[in-house]
Design a protein around this ligand. Structure first.
Ligand SMILES: Cc1cc2nc3c(=O)[nH]c(=O)nc-3n(C[C@H](O)[C@H](O)[C@H](O)COP(=O)(O)OP(=O)(O)OC[C@H]3O[C@@H](n4cnc5c(N)ncnc54)[C@H](O)[C@@H]3O)c2cc1C
Length: 412
């Protein structure tokens, strides 16, 4: 059966594009097509995030997140330098502002060192040298963190891929997949397409496509919106680089923080409220289908029971500027409500398991002819090139040896 491409990648977000790049580098002979339902790459998570090049301090040592964040960060830094994308290795401060943050801050410091990072403990004077307007009982400085515009990275990856002969088909939505013995048939808004292998990197819709491919993944994607505010230009001097609170490591979210992006603009956020649609960027973006799916899923109820207190706090903070300002003032007491303007939000594709637990690590599911990315939240953008290399090796079945790749060029 002739195929249209050796590999079809679904999703022109940073993970899908990084996967296509790794495939192209490993196997220049293969035909590769990347599909996206949008008319430009990086419209969703990859173009709507905090723009922080994460150091990897937070992640469980040995986890995929820890490993791929470290190698992905290094690889991304080299890539940005090669193609001339501005990247700033400014480091970040993490501040303990309450007594009960002190022990977790020390634990985080230790975890960071176990992850191979250099971490500097700061006294008040040290903190004021890095962030003159921040306040803390104790603080640490993590030099390895930085900032970059991931939307720019996504566009650069797309351009490089096209220049290397990868087909980018935008405005083409995949509706379902049908995996056969020798290939996968993709039913799309543009008609049928056949690929020998498929990488599903559809972000907020990856579980939907996995189910439509006949899989029964043990997770579902629950969309969590992250809302931001921006500091008005006259007050942007209050934040030099990156100021983060001590996170609750039981959650994959880091708490509202202050970040100066590569463009010099300072944002506060993101919070984490349950979105009412998969691409629910505002409260008024609602999908009845999505809501009834959530309401009928016992895992979502278990999630709600586990985290109702945090969930209510997030909703209250989303509705109340006063609560948001209170949390930002913990980091920088000089911030006032009138210093803030609303900024565009992002929606995280966060996997939740059958027990209602937020899945912490990156996760994929593999069939003979497809790989489905089922959890690639933060630091997914930082780690993208390493995630792409991992997915490419799975697509090429490298772990089974070169003679068993099961993939030869479509044209042969
Ligand atoms: C608020 C927020 C803040 C974050 N901050 C950071 C940070 O500071 N640093 C960091 O490293 N990471 C951060 N992240 C995480 C990071 O953005 C993601 O890990 C990363 O962008 C995931 O990329 P992706 O390609 O998997 O998903 P996406 O960028 O969402 O791409 C998925 C693509 O699939 C397409 N698609 C979906 N369904 C279909 C279909 N049926 N057919 C065809 N195409 C389809 C979509 O249009 C989309 O373009 C943040 C995320 C959010 C939301």
């Amino acid at each position: 059966m002739p195929t249209d491409a050796d590999v079809v990648v679904i999703g022109a977000g940073i993970v899908g594009l990084a996967t296509a790049r790794a495939l192209r580098r490993a196997r220049p002979d293969l035909t590769i097509t990347v599909l996206d339902k949008e008319t430009e790459p990086g419209r969703h998570q990859s173009g709507r995030n905090s723009g922080v090049l994460h150091s990897g301090i937070y992640y469980r040592p040995g986890s995929r997140k820890a490993r791929l964040c470290a190698s992905g960060r290094a690889e991304l830094s080299v890539y940005c330098e090669q193609v001339g994308i501005p990247i700033e290795h400014c480091g970040k401060v993490i501040v303990a502002t309450r007594r009960h943050d002190l022990e977790p801050l020390r634990a985080l410091h230790e975890r960071g060192e176990r992850n191979g990072l250099r971490i500097v403990r700061l006294d008040r004077r040290g903190l004021s040298e890095h962030e003159p307007h921040a306040e803390a009982l104790e603080a640490i400085f993590v030099p390895a963190a930085g900032v970059v515009d991931f939307r720019t990275v996504t566009h650069a990856l797309a351009q490089d891929l096209e220049a290397s002969g990868v087909e980018l088909r935008l405005g083409c939505a995949v509706e379902s997949l049908d995996e056969r013995a020798s290939h996968v048939v993709l039913h799309t808004s543009d008609g049928e397409l056949r690929g020998r292998q498929v990488a599903n990197c559809a972000g907020l819709y990856s579980d939907v496509l996995a189910r439509r491919a006949g899989l029964e993944p043990a997770v579902r994607i629950v969309p969590f919106r992250g809302e931001y505010v921006e500091l008005i230009p006259e007050r942007a001097h209050l934040v030099r680089h990156l100021i983060y609170p001590v996170p609750d490591l039981r959650f994959p979210f880091l708490g509202v923080h202050l970040t100066r992006g590569i463009d010099g603009r300072v944002h506060g956020g993101p919070n984490a409220v349950l979105a009412l649609a998969r691409e629910g960027y505002r409260w008024r973006d609602r999908s009845i289908g999505h809501l009834s799916q959530l309401a009928s899923d016992p895992a979502v109820w278990r999630l709600a029971i586990r985290h109702w207190r945090t969930g209510l706090h997030e909703i209250a903070r989303s509705a109340s500027r006063r609560l948001l300002v209170r949390d930002l003032r913990r980091l920088v007491p000089d911030i006032r409500s009138q210093d803030l303007t609303p900024a565009p939000s992002g929606v995280r594709a966060q996997a939740v398991d059958d027990h209602g637990r937020l899945v912490d690590d990156f996760a994929i599911e593999v069939t003979p002819r497809s790989v489905h990315v089922l959890n690639a939240p933060s630091p997914g953008a930082t780690a993208s090139l390493a995630i792409g290399a991992w997915l490419a090796s799975v697509v090429l079945h490298e772990h089974r040896g070169p003679e068993a790749t099961g993939i030869s060029p479509a044209s042969s």
